[in-house]
Write a protein that binds this ligand. Structure first.
Ligand SMILES: N[C@@H](CCC(=O)N[C@@H](CS)C(=O)NCC(=O)O)C(=O)O
Length: 237
C-alpha cells in the first residue's frame, strides 16, 4: 500500500475519498478531527498548506520517492493519471465532452466554492445587508446555480455528459457538505436538475461508502433542498 489519503472531518476532502472509492483503489485512509473548527496539528505537519485533503504517495511510481500534494484539483488529476488509468477524466479524444469536462472541473474550486464562501461572509455579523457588494455576491451565487441547472438540463445526468466524471467530484461537496457550514437552500423548481443530480450521486454505492468512511455509519449527507448547520459550527457561524 503506497497511497495514503488524509481527510479532515466534515470537509471538502471527502472528494478524494469518493474519487478513490469510485475508482476502486487500494489506499490507506487517515481521519483527522477538527481542532476545534480548523485543521489540527496532524494536518499541518503533513504539508505547509495546513489544509485538507492531503495525499501521500510513497514511493510514487512517477518519481520513485515520496510525493505529497495538498490541493484537491491536483490530487484528483494525479490519482486519475497515476492510478486511475484516465478513468473519470475526459481528454481531447473524447470530443464534445472534453471542453465541458475541463470547464466544470475547474468551476468547482475556481468559482462555485469561492462564491459560496463569499455568501457566508456576506451573511456575517460585520456585513451590511444593504451593501451592493452583498447583493452582487448573492446574485452571483444564484447565477452560478442557474448555469449549473442549465448544464445538467442539457446532459440529463452529470456535468460532462451521461456518466459521472471528476468534474462532478469537484463540485458536489459545495452543494452538500459545504451547505452544513453555510446553509443555503435549493429551490425545488428552479434547481430541480441540481437536486436530481444530488440524488443521483447520493445513490451511488461509492459515494455512500466514502461518506460513511469519512463521517460515520449514521451520517446523512445533505442532498435535499434544505440544509442545516452542522452542530460543531453552530456556535461559531
Ligand atoms: N483549495 C484547497 C482548499 C483546502 C481547504 O481549505 N480545506 C479546508 C477543508 S474544508 C481546510 O483544511 N480547512 C481547515 C483550515 O483551513 O484550517 C483545496 O481544494 O484542497
Amino acid at each position: 500500500m503506497v497511497l495514503t489519503l488524509h481527510h479532515l472531518g466534515l470537509s471538502q476532502s471527502e472528494r478524494i475519498i469518493w474519487l478513490a472509492e469510485e475508482l476502486g483503489l487500494d489506499y490507506k485512509y487517515v481521519h483527522h478531527k477538527r481542532d476545534p473548527m480548523f485543521s489540527p496539528q496532524s494536518i499541518k505537519d503533513l504539508h505547509p498548506a495546513g489544509t485538507a485533503p492531503v495525499m501521500e504517495d510513497d514511493p510514487s511510481p512517477v518519481t520513485g520517492s515520496k510525493v505529497v500534494i495538498a490541493e484537491t484539483g491536483a490530487i484528483v488529476d494525479y490519482i486519475i493519471s497515476v492510478y486511475g488509468n484516465g478513468r473519470l477524466a475526459r481528454t481531447p479524444k473524447d470530443g464534445a465532452e472534453y471542453a465541458p469536462y475541463l470547464e466544470w472541473f475547474h468551476f468547482g474550486n475556481g468559482s462555485l466554492q469561492p462564491t459560496l464562501f463569499r455568501v457566508m461572509m456576506a451573511r456575517g455579523p460585520t456585513s451590511d445587508p444593504k451593501s451592493p457588494v452583498v447583493a452582487r455576491t448573492v446574485a452571483k451565487w444564484e447565477h452560478q446555480l442557474d448555469m449549473m441547472e442549465a448544464r445538467l438540463g442539457e446532459t440529463g445526468a452529470y456535468l460532462a455528459g451521461k456518466e459521472l466524471t471528476a468534474a462532478d467530484v469537484m463540485n458536489i461537496c459545495t452543494l452538500t457538505t459545504m451547505r452544513g457550514f453555510i446553509p443555503v437552500e435549493l429551490d425545488t423548481v428552479k434547481n430541480k436538475n441540481i437536486l436530481a443530480w444530488l440524488e443521483r450521486v447520493g445513490e451511488r454505492p461509492a459515494y455512500q461508502k466514502a461518506m460513511k468512511k469519512c463521517e460515520g455509519e449514521n451520517f446523512k449527507p445533505i442532498l435535499g433542498p434544505k440544509a442545516e448547520v452542522f452542530d460543531i459550527f453552530k456556535p461559531r457561524i
